[in-house]
Design a protein around this ligand. Structure first.
Ligand code: BGC
Length: 515
């Protein structure tokens, strides 16, 4: 599950937006008074740069160009769905395809009767989360959790230092009763041997439920020495070094999409897919074992298993650029990333990249004179300075003068001067980029549902900061699903994952027969 750290920031921005809304009303009122001002005062206002160059209308040609660049027609969405299903089949047949289609070795869905107490360690892009979760066997769970920082520095630590840090945080959690209690009321029981479920949301090949080798790092992680290694063994070795291997047993490894799926299914049995749209993006869904032709059946713990959760790893879909139109800003984002030419689907969708797409477009529009006539800023030139959370804040700005957008542009990005037309252009750009992301995610979800043949009804559990907090994201996804499926789209329920931290990780461990 993705970090919710953006929540505070987005909440704060709502507050700022409200203040700036009031301010705008006041300035609107002031401007409405201008015809009655003394001529001298009127002249002063007309001369002010705020009004002189600002008819409030962004250049039509630039607007049309941008709309064209980010458009995804219904027809295009349907083409994407079709190709996606074809690629899914290829990925189920062989390794190394654009969709990795990784068997998770989770071969059953929960009934809600799973019970037991588990530790869940979840490595996020922005934080490390440790939770102690109790499943009560009646579709309910409670947990206490603690979060630890994952900084840029942690993302490049040598292998053992990274895993030592994970072990250290785990040990601190086990020995600390002061952690934030999220949904627990009575204190949780303390077993002498903790069963640990490791939520590791990076592409990893799994030969069993408690082993997985990292295929590649994503989301800005670049710790040397981990690719190709079994991350469960690396964690186990770190627990030994930390002296807690005798009280912690690692029983499961799962991607966050798998934990979203099974965690949600614990309370909502119609759930058949789990999606993340946050810093990164991906999906896991239920596939029938006979369709996973590349699977070595000898590795199956339950030889009679009919179904298995498959981790799609959809970030690399259409890397060959067959179907989705890319524009020059997508190309720039790709070229400035660690994995050039790879995971281009993720680069058009996820929170790690959307702000950067907008930043490249803004730099270009400044050069062509379509925006910021008084010039851009050194801040805008800095990689990743335009955060995706800024886009959310701008899209949420409904004030007449787009006052909060001004705060972002002039206050945070240090653009010397913006006109209302500039701010409207920036807002439209954010809408286009945000909407394209939601429509692409919807097309991918539609493909998953089509592949499962579940158009007659299923629930897709979705988590991640974009889905949970980005304005209109879920509605835009639903609109696109309707374009693709027509009226039947209503049988495909997109539901936000519940708020018991670590529930999915605990359910995965329980399903492994460790209750
Ligand atoms: C990773 C996936 C993960 C997703 C969401 C992607 O970058 O490759 O494994 O599920 O991010 O966290």
């Amino acid at each position: 599950m993705e970090p919710r750290s953006a929540h505070f920031f987005l909440g704060l921005s709502t507050g700022i937006a409200m203040c700036s809304g009031l301010f705008s009303l006041y300035t609107g009122w002031l401007l409405a008074q201008t015809p009655y001002l003394e001529p001298a005062a009127g002249k002063y206002l007309a001369d002010s740069p705020q009004l002189a160059d600002d008819d409030g209308i962004p250049p039509a040609e630039a607007m049309a160009r941008l709309s064209e660049m980010y458009a995804l027609s219904t027809d295009k969405l349907n083409q994407i769905v079709r190709l996606f299903v074809v690629e899914m089949k290829k990925g189920l047949a062989a390794d190394g395809q654009s969709l990795l289609m990784i068997p998770s070795h989770v071969t059953s869905l929960p009934t809600g009767r799973e019970h037991g107490s588990y530790l869940v360690l979840d490595l996020h892009a922005a934080m490390l989360r440790v939770a102690e979760v109790v499943l009560d066997g009646h579709s309910n769970a409670r947990s206490r959790q603690k979060t630890f920082t994952i900084s840029q520095k942690h993302k490049t630590l040598p292998r053992d230092e990274l895993f030592d840090y994970l072990a250290e945080c785990l040990a601190e959690f086990i020995h600390d009763d002061e952690s934030d209690s999220v949904v627990s009321s009575p204190p949780l029981e303390r077993p002498s041997l903790f069963k640990l479920s490791f939520t590791f949301s990076f592409p990893s090949t799994q030969k069993s439920l408690d082993a997985g080798s990292l295929i590649l790092w994503t989301k800005g992680f670049a710790n040397p020495g981990v690719v190709g290694e079994d991350v469960v063994q690396l964690l186990r070795a770190a627990l030994v070094r930390k002296g807690i291997a005798n009280i912690v047993e690692i029983v499961a490894l799962a991607n966050g999409t798998t934990t979203n799926l099974v965690g949600h299914a614990y309370t909502q049995p119609s759930t058949l897919a789990g999606v993340i749209v946050g810093t990164g993006t991906n999906c896991a869904y239920v596939e029938s074992v006979e369709n996973i032709t590349k699977l070595d059946r000898r590795t199956l713990k339950n030889k009679d298993a009919k179904d298995m959760v498959v981790n799609v790893e959809w970030g690399g879909f259409d890397d060959g650029e067959v179907i989705i139109p890319r524009n020059k800003y997508d190309v720039k984002v790709d070229r400035s990333s660690k994995e050039v030419g790879k995971r281009t689907f993720e680069k058009m969708i996820s929170g790690m990249y959307l702000g950067e797409i907008v930043r490249f477009a803004l730099m270009d529009l400044t050069k062509t004179g379509d925006i910021f006539r008084a010039g851009g800023s050194p801040e805008l030139q800095k990689a990743n300075s335009f955060e995706t959370s800024f886009m959310a804040r701008i899209e949420r700005d409904h004030s007449l003068d787009l006052g909060d957008t001004r705060t972002v542009l002039e206050g945070m990005l240090k653009i010397p001067h913006t006109t209302l037309a500039d701010r409207r252009l920036v807002k439209s750009l954010c809408e286009l980029v945000g909407k394209r992301s939601a429509r692409l995610t919807a097309a991918a979800v539609a493909a998953i549902v089509t592949k499962m043949n579940k158009l007659d009804g299923c629930t897709v559990a979705i988590g991640g900061s974009l889905f949970e907090s980005y304005p209109h994201y879920s509605n835009r996804m639903r609109d696109a699903m309707q374009e693709i499926f027509g009226i039947t789209a209503e049988y495909v329920v997109l539901e936000q994952i519940g708020n018991v931290i670590g529930q999915g990780g605990a359910v995965v461990a329980a399903l492994a027969g460790h209750s």
